[in-house]
Design a protein around this ligand. Structure first.
Ligand SMILES: *Cc1c(COP(=O)(O)O)cnc(C)c1O
Length: 418
């Protein structure tokens, strides 16, 4: 492949911070909370009435991120007891939806005690467990349930291409063949505390707006059919997250305006239920940057490599997704050492980390003519599934610093200890 990896443009606050930190203060995660707020506000304003926005905390649960998003989201989706406790502490008294496979009895009991607003129930077994634990832990209280289904959605995208989502063997959600039994279990009086509020489906990730709308429409139609068959009200349909982030085009964004227009059309065709989306990646990815410095530059069998401080043990995203993380070089004119700087010979270079494994590649084909040891590199789209999915302790290098930049809304940033 010869296509160069695209060069992102860091925001001014990110650029200034990346250049002002000393070498030993790198690598660092730099989050532009002003940019996050701006982005979240534009997402929110694109959504019509009767559509709620939850943030899937697993994409990036840093308390500063959760807090910055608070004015723009209706609630948070949590997928473990750990996230439940953490999100409750970081943004108290916000509506939570507790989802995810393999909820333990202790986690469910903790969620009941915290008064979690709704449960996304993943199986018939989990439903029985929830009913029993509710009667013990929260006697008399009504518990809102959304049944999660792994639906075989065959839909046509707005561009006309056929789409098949879900419906494959998976540990997520319930098989649609179990739908009638599950609805009966919630409506025949056997679990009086559980209230069937609606249906949840999160079927794919990485979908553009047209595909996402086709899936949402199919999910809502299926849910409405199920409710009609059982003559029960349908209060809510959660159509999940998975809005795409295009790592090959760091300046591009999911088309929230088209998505909002399409959701309004779906809502108009299905009067009644509230629709809800729960994106993670497409909300937080853009505000995060991983900044570092070039430690060494070398030429090996015809190709240039730059080794940077840190690596995929901090930013695992390119290794897990198999892409090149968009990177911008910030040249440094100052050089603190008496020895000469290592320098690139070629115009494109592979950026690797400090790990002793060939998998520690952050980006290939980065346009970096003249790159030298001591130059700074900032990796974009590092605000989701980045630090929190990485194997921090492998090789025992120091942890990165964390910087939460909020120029327009100054806020104390608590120290981020290991
Ligand atoms: C991971 C997840 C999300 C968020 O997915 P993104 O791709 O980050 O938008 C939403 N809902 C559920 C159930 C998930 O597991």
């Amino acid at each position: 492949m010869t296509t160069p990896t695209p060069t992102p443009t860091p925001t001014a606050p990110v650029r200034d911070r990346a250049l002002s930190l000393a070498g030993h203060q790198l690598p660092a995660y730099i989050y532009d909370l002003g940019a996050l707020r701006e982005h979240a506000a534009s997402v929110r304003s694109a959504l019509p009435e009767r559509v709620e926005l939850y943030y899937a905390a697993k994409a990036n649960p840093e308390p500063e991120i959760l807090t910055a998003l608070a004015p723009y989201v209706h609630g948070y989706e949590v997928s473990s007891g750990g996230e439940l406790a953490h999100v409750t502490a970081s943004v108290p008294d916000r509506p939570l939806a507790f989802g995810g496979p393999g909820k333990t009895p202790d986690e469910i009991a903790a969620a009941l005690e915290l008064g979690v607003a709704r449960f996304h129930v993943e199986s018939a077994y989990e439903l029985r467990m929830l009913a029993e634990l509710a009667s013990r832990t929260a006697p008399g209280r009504r518990i809102a349930v959304l049944l999660r289904f792994n639906l075989p959605v065959a839909a046509r995208s707005l561009e006309g291409s056929a789409l098949t989502m879900g419906g494959r063997p998976a540990p997520f959600g319930m098989d649609p063949a179990e739908a009638d039994d599950a609805v009966r279990a919630l409506t025949d009086g056997s679990h009086p505390q559980l209230e069937l509020r609606g249906i949840h489906a999160h079927l794919a990730s990485g979908l553009a707006a047209a595909e996402q709308l086709a899936v949402a429409e199919a999910v809502v139609t299926w849910a409405a059919g199920l409710a009609a068959r059982h003559r029960i009200p349908l209060h809510e349909v959660n159509v999940g997250g998975g809005m795409t982030v295009d790592y090959a085009r760091p300046g591009a964004r999911f088309d929230w305006a088209a998505f909002g227009t399409g959701l309004a059309r779906i809502a108009a065709a299905h009067p009644g239920p509230l629709l809800r989306i729960e994106p993670g990646r497409a909300l937080s990815a853009y505000c995060g940057w991983y900044a570092t410095e070039v430690l060494d530059v070398k030429h090996s069998h015809g190709e240039d490599f730059a080794v940077v401080r840190g690596g995929t043990h901090h930013l695992r995203t390119p290794a897990t997704k198999g892409h090149d993380q968009p990177a911008a070089v910030l040249p440094m004119d100052t050089w603190p050492h008496p020895w000469p700087r290592a320098a690139a010979r070629q115009d494109v270079i592979t950026l690797t980390g400090q790990l002793c494994t060939p998998k520690d590649v952050l980006a290939r084909r980065v346009p970096a003519a003249g790159l030298r040891a001591g130059d700074r590199v900032v990796f974009a789209l590092a605000g989701a599934y980045a630090w929190n999915i990485s194997h921090h302790d492998f090789l025992m290098h120091p942890r990165p610093g964390f910087h939460f930049l909020a120029p327009a809304f100054p806020e104390p940033t608590p120290p981020h200890g290991p």
